[in-house]
Design a protein. Structure first.
Length: 102
């Protein structure tokens, strides 16, 4: 029973945090700093995802493949400015390189 109540409480807490900005800024415009921060979040998330997936053990074969694929993600993002193209392109390249080298 505690688990069910915990899940319900976390669901309510999550929904409150999702609805909170709409309640606050319902009649007023959002501050400029908040809008600027909201525009920067997708790039920050992408950088975090890419950097945390990289290995620094350069003696392993897969490390070079990871870094090549990460460079491809950066290049694709600079060319197309679309996160899905960058992520899928880098992932596809990594999978292809894995198949060709192993």
């Amino acid at each position: 029973m505690r688990i069910v109540l915990s899940i319900i409480a976390m669901g309510i807490a999550t929904q409150i945090t999702r609805f909170f900005p709409f309640v606050i800024f319902k009649r007023h415009n959002a501050p400029k700093w908040l809008l600027t921060g909201a525009k920067l979040i997708p790039g920050a998330v992408m950088i975090t995802l890419v950097l945390t997936s990289l290995s620094l053990d350069f003696s392993a074969t897969q490390t070079g493949l990871q870094w090549i694929s990460a460079a491809a993600v950066v290049i694709l993002h600079l060319l197309f400015k679309h996160p899905l193209i960058s992520i899928f392109g880098g992932t596809a390249l990594y999978m292809l390189l894995l198949q060709l080298t192993l």
